[in-house]
Write a protein that binds this ligand. Sequence first.
Ligand SMILES: [Ca+2]
Ligand SMILES: [Ca+2]
Length: 640
Amino acid sequence: MRIKGLFLSFGLMFVFIFFLFCPNVSSQEKELMIIAQQTEGMLGLNKILENFKGAIHDMDDANREAGRITGTKAPPVTPAKTPEQEAERRREIINSQYEQAKNMLGALAQDEENPQIAQALPIEGYLIVDGGEKELWGRDQIKTDLIYRIKEKFVGNIIVLHTYNIIKGSFEKEKEYELDTLSTGIDVINLAGKKCAQWSSGSPSVCTRWANLSIYEIDPGEHYPQFYSNTASLNPHGDGKIKIEARAPTIIFRSSDGKTSTKLGCSIAEWIITGSEFETLFKRGEIRLNKAISSLSCRPGSTMELYIKLKKDEEPQLCKNMEHIKLEIIKPENKSKYLYSGEYALMEDESNRLELELEAKVEPERYADSIEWEIPKLEGSKKIFVPASLSDKPRGKKVKVIYKGLPESYKEFGKKTVTASLKVDSCTIEDKKEVVLFYPRDEKNNPEGKYPNWFYYWKQTPAARPFGQNVNIVFGGTEFDLCKGGHVMAIYKPDHLFKSIHVCDLSKKVGGNFEVTIPWVSRKNPATLKTKHYITYTHIDTFAVLIMHEFTHFNHHHTWWSGKTRDQITSEDRDGDGIPDRLEPEMGFIPGVFQTYFGDDMDFKNINGDEEFLAYESTYDYPIGKYDDYDWGKPGKNWW
Ligand SMILES: [Ca+2]
Ligand SMILES: [Ca+2]
């Protein structure tokens, strides 16, 4: 298994060196091809190595010859001095063939088989075995008892196999992956344990002499320049799945007299993941897998960890021949803001729309019509393209997109990306710009059309879930117009629609920046109980804080008073401040006093009682700006 990945890359090397570089196949090359074919089905490792070693010098010659003919600098064929250099050499071989092959794909006849070409990306990683050996003799006599921690570091390449579809003239989306790794170091970090060296005669037999296994020996085959030092491998596993296999090095643990030994038994871990899971990890740039392993001698609780990191900085410039092509978005400018228009009774055409003008500059100019745009989707908003386009990805140097109708979700607003891309051969050149999308805050032109846009969109966001709780939020006023009171911004009134919190029409009640200033108090902070502090909130903070405040009342009602008669309530709360008197002392309030803190203060007595004090206190810790990323109204937190 460990050989397969490596093999493939060498197999490919044969194919491309001899079919692409050299027009005339020499006898030397024929010989090599025969070796390649012969080795493909072979299992004996030594035989393979022998064949390769014999072939290396011939290959070097052939490659030099190829380089002379084509004028390209061919990478050396003999193995490099260090594993790092060797991984790089293999990568160069694969990638130079990748480049060569790509340029020849267009010339393939339609009836030929779809070719698969390999591309190598550098990786590094490590494997850690945290485990040990435990063997029993008979039912319960310990034979071996060993604990170790072993780390093997490696470098190598992930080989991406691209299948070229001759009929379609492009690469298939699905790719296959192989892994070729070379060990750069093996460390036995921890080693402790014993093995029985002598058993008593008779039954039951017991251990009469223990040997400490304090010495270890790493199999020379695990060290570079051995070919079979692959630590991790990737293999297709049917149904689009991939099998990742990690293999610990071969290590023998010995006693100091060398007479007693045992072999590392926690040697293999396997992970089977779907192709898409692998791609997700691959795109993220690192793969970390853990597995509990055990086998006959590998003790329960042993684990293996495999870590593979894609070294992005060295990613080959696959499109380096595309340097002469330049693509740049001129419109929109980066971070420019766009606002949906309002509802205009007399100008239907101009209503509820957002216009995005797209323009790109491209060199050479002949690619202008091939520029493809990817624009924000804005689910629920109708897209009109000028000039017309059947695709959601319009093409051309200059395109206008009109979004008609506001989207349904708050998620469609805020920072979005516009991408212009140009595909030339199998390369993609692209440019991106960020745009920021807004709704007019106080208009009611959202899909529901009943309440202002701020209420419609904010109600969907975490700002409407006080302390993470779900609660019914209703727009201002009721049939009794509870929002009528001069300074009432929000209400929770138990006897009326007691399951809901009412948020009043802030556009009308406050307007501007939705600025409210309220007492800032907390029993946790004695300074706020002695001196008056105020705090000011704006925009979505106001909305969030109002709901938290009302939700606190809501909670108190359901905890203390729900289901009780007026008489019961009066007897439990004689000072009428909303908190059961029996609870007040331990909460730091005074039973018998309506408002314990600032009860006589001209301004703060408007807090209006001890329970109301708790509602103010509930937002004491609220960090201003917490929900800024959900406020895309104009005006609003993000409108500048
Ligand atoms: Ca009370
Ligand atoms: Ca009280």
